[in-house]
Design a protein around this ligand. Sequence first.
Ligand code: FO1
Length: 326
Amino acid sequence: MRITALAGGVGGARFLRGLLHHLERTGDTDAELTIIGNTGDDITLFGLRVCPDLDTLLYTLGGAVHEGQGWGRADESHHVAEELVALGAQPTWFSLGDKDFATHIYRSQLLGQGMPLSAVTTHLAARWGLPDRRVTLLPMTDTPVETHVVVEQGGGPEAIHFQQWWVRHQAALPAERFVVAGLDRATPAPGVLDALRTADVVLLPPSNPVVSIGIILTVPGVRDALRGARAPVVGVSPLVGGRPVRGHADVCLETIGVASTSEAVAGLYADFLDGWLVDETDPMAGRTRPVVLARPLLMSSVGTAADIAGAALGLGRRLAAKGTPA
Ligand code: FO1
């Protein structure tokens, strides 16, 4: 079975770690997973290219993530960052650990030699044993793209980098809209459209529907490939009780004028979504278009994430057996 998933950072990575756990515990060793990761969060810092969502996926699936944070490496030190502060280097609001720095140095070295991000990511994925688990990680595009947030700073609207808004301002700076710099030149990375077209099931983890999944969907060709996919597309709502379990998805939804409800989020995917997992408390429970499955959605451990991922995959299999989409 070929499974393709779109993913942002922490929520996507935890869900997909759960999916691999589910496949391993059910003995489903033939399954192949292709992950299309968001690169809109990418940023160049200290001359180094940092890809937070791809790295969060690599570290989480590779068993090396800092569990408390959900991003960065476990057992980190911060000597380089301390020295950068002593030197007066900016910015100081984005925390990079020493082991994490090595990833960015190596990535930047390979990119500087002309290697596309997708090939660089293949090298990094090998470091974390992903091929041994039949997992392929693809960036959504090899074209450098960066999500910016248009904010009102007093002197009129100003576009700041997504990370500055998300990390430095904790999404508390009122945002007018999101813009993706570089999108006009972007094409899907090699393998992205094929992975969508040839999948048996496409999964949308509970990633941010605006600045993670929403950005992947803006890459030319991706949305059309999902609409034309022969496989059922099954998503997991990122909202429990109208609020994201972590992160600022509610603020992002408000910024684009969409209500913080599972129904409204499903509406963002309405042209290709076949199945939708919502929390057991969600008012959408019982709906049939898309086919809604209601169950507990809190990923409090690898085991509960595996249960949720298993339920999403099971719904996908049932829809495929029924011949959905028509
Ligand atoms: N998130 C934070 O809230 N603060 C940080 O200082 C921070 C640093 C960081 C470094 C590397 C990395 O891969 C991720 C990092 N994140 C940090 C997470 C990240 O900025 C966001 O959670 C995602 O971009 C949103 O998906």
